[in-house]
Ligand binder design. Structure first.
Ligand code: MRU
Length: 360
């Protein structure tokens, strides 16, 4: 059996038109596997905002389906009305979370498709059908990009390696087999044995709850550590590679990802461990020159001092809770995208990848 097919599924479109998006409710994992039916634009906005669906590529796929939810009841209406509803849905979904650029990339694609079909004088029914097709295509392309990154990244993985990852950049974060975890699934399918070290990833524990969950389900050896153990672990010499995902890659190669990634990159540099970001070109932002320019989401204090319901700091404690950080390109050994391995990323190399993906 192809073991790479063992990865979990995160979201799907069900029922043609009209239909609905169903997704695994990630806030309940790993204790409960419950599928959530999302049937409206506000429900999709809410699912993205509260991290029921999360991870940059999965957010993009979900947003595409969200636009379809906003127009599918208007199939008997005029093309003008459907276009207006599609643009309104896209504008609203764009306010759900600020950092993962895949959200804006997918919504731009949906807007462009709606405008193109409207410009070609298609009626409401035709525009809705085209938007459904576009959302399914975004999902299918994400699945294919994950598989390609897995193939390219697996080339860096040798039998018996120890690999450290941060947050969850696996199947649960994408429409396919994941980004940072894709080379691991692929290496396993190629018969290589790997041991994964998963940072728990404070404050919302995506590493502990999601990465450990999906790797255990796939039968991959995984050891959970708290975030503050990563540097000491690297000093023992058991980590051969770091693979992380990304929420936005700036044009100069700076990599934005879950808070704590920067510390992992600093520790990796100190200990001579290669540090790779694995991300499709839908995560590259040609409009963003440098890491400093990325809008970093700040979330509520309760995530830090009342994690999962239990108070862990005095009432009234001041809290800073950025959800992401950015790692300067000089600390990044390479970016694995579906176009290939961008070694020692800089502006020229990132632009070459963007060019081969037809993005610039
Ligand atoms: O806040 P989250 O859980 O959406 O953050 C997710 C991450 O930071 C992932 O590492 C990133 O989106 C890459 S996912 C393939």
């Amino acid at each position: 059996m192809n073991r790479a097919s063992l990865h979990v599924e995160t979201l799907r479109w069900e029922g043609g038109l009209p239909g609905r998006c169903t997704l695994i409710e990630q806030t309940l994992l790993p204790l409960e596997e419950r599928w959530l039916a999302v049937e409206s634009v506000p429900a999709m906005h809410d699912a993205i905002r509260r991290l029921a669906v999360r991870g940059a590529p999965a957010i993009g796929v979900a947003a595409g389906y969200g636009v379809v939810l906003g127009v599918q009841q208007l199939r008997d209406r005029s093309g003008d009305e459907v276009l207006r509803a599609a643009l309104e849905a896209a504008d609203h979904l764009a306010t759900s979370r600020p950092t993962a650029v895949n959200l804006f990339w997918a919504l731009d694609r949906m807007r462009a498709r709606a405008r193109r079909e409207h410009g070609a004088r298609r009626d409401g029914n035709g525009i809705v059908a085209a938007l459904h097709e576009e959302a399914l295509a975004i999902h299918a392309e994400d699945r294919a990009m994950c598989a390609e990154m897995g193939r390219i990244g697996a080339g860096l993985v040798e039998d018996g390696m120890g690999i450290l990852t941060h947050c969850n950049a696996g199947a649960l974060a994408t429409g396919g087999m994941g980004t940072a975890l894709a080379p691991i699934y692929t290496a396993l399918a190629q018969g290589k044995r790997v041991k994964v070290w998963a940072d728990e990833t404070r404050p919302l524990l995506q590493g502990a709850r999601l990465t450990v969950y999906e790797l255990m389900k796939a039968g991959i050896e995984v050891v959970l550590i708290t975030d503050n153990m990563a540097a000491s672990l690297m000093r023992t010499g058991v980590v051969d590679l770091v693979f992380v995902g990304s929420d936005r890659i700036a044009r100069n190669g700076d990599v934005c990802n879950k808070i704590g990634t920067y510390s992992v990159a600093l520790a990796a540099r100190e200990h001579g461990v290669p540090f790779y970001a694995v991300a499709p070109t839908s995560t590259f932002d040609p409009g963003c020159a440098r890491g400093e320019d990325i809008h970093i989401e700040e979330r509520g204090a309760e995530e830090v001092c009342e994690g999962f319901g239990k108070r862990t700091a005095p009432t009234g404690a001041h809290v800073w809770n950025p959800a992401f950080d950015w790692t300067p390109a000089r600390l990044v050994s390479g970016i694995i995208c579906e176009q290939g391995l961008v070694r020692k990323p800089d502006r020229a190399r990132v632009e070459a990848a963007l060019r081969s993906a037809g993005r610039i």
